[in-house]
Design a protein around this ligand. Sequence first.
Ligand code: TRP
Length: 364
Amino acid sequence: MGKEKIILTGDRPTGRLHIGHYVGSLKRRVELQNSGLYDKTFIFIADAQALTDNIENPEKVRQNVIEVALDYMAVGLDPTKSTIFIQSQIPELCELTFYYMDLVTVSRLQRNPTVKTEIQMRNFETSIPVGFFTYPISQAADITAFKATTVPVGEDQEPMIEQTREIVRRFNHIYGDTLVEPEILLPDNAACLRLPGTDGKAKMSKSLGNCIYLSDTADEVEKKVKSMYTDPTHLKVSDPGKLEGNTVFTYLDAFCKPEHFGRYLPDYPDLNELKAHYTRGGLGDMKVKKFLAAIMQEELTPIRERRKEFEKDIPAIYEMLRKGCETARATATATLDEVRKAMKINYFDDAELIAEQVKRFGQD
Ligand code: TRP
């Protein structure tokens, strides 16, 4: 039992998924799902976490649950291999969160760098919702309820996994070996670790309007690539160009494979030569953008087409999620039973307890 290899990860349904999600996590998940190396895979839509800073926008979260589910199916997550479910439908997660709250201090939460940045970005100042502040604890519940060993996520989630590991160690130390310490699995390519927005800003975000979505049309992808941020000092084709901070080249680092040259840019043997020419001068942005656009279309077209197919039967997607929730709930319930037992709050399914108390009160 303890040696099972289990993957778990999820996304907040606050928008459609974009290519940052794709290279940062989704693509890897599909590979892991299909690798046969894992005993179980759980993928979930973190609607309850999305509500921690969208409590006045329930409709937004609700709409995006189905968008994310469609994106999942479109990239190749397969409900016959992975359990795909919705966080809020697993009430056991709330109960676990409630117990884990006793294992974490306020100052420890205040030190979480991801939560700190998010609080700043949202201008909460001193009006931070308690649920938002404590979401790292609920994330520990998400992970441990399924005894996940491996959590494939982006770099920004590192503090959450560390927090989870601390909770697991503390729990097991106090109550005996019950929970499993998870490991983070980061993308192995630096460009994939943090794909910038099309405007060159550090992160893709819906509010900045700098995302390429998995569900974008071919035209939208083309337009977004053509207007991408490059090197503002590279004005004439003959000018030497810079690669650092040049979004087009960062995207090429994330998406370009050697075989793309033969297909779309046969004058160059590989990415190094293309970069060298750009740096030297004499290579225009448009030529590089056209190449990138061709690569992006090759990668995104099958995803877009699969999504269109799945969109034709929306009830089937909800049914898939319903079944996923059922399976997930069974697993979470089993873990919760163990947790309650370890914490000695399983009063009614502990035959020995009553016998012990009878003895203690001297009735036999
Ligand atoms: N915090 C993650 C995000 O913002 C979503 C998430 C919630 C998650 N619970 C998780 C990811 C557990 C991995 C494991 O995308």
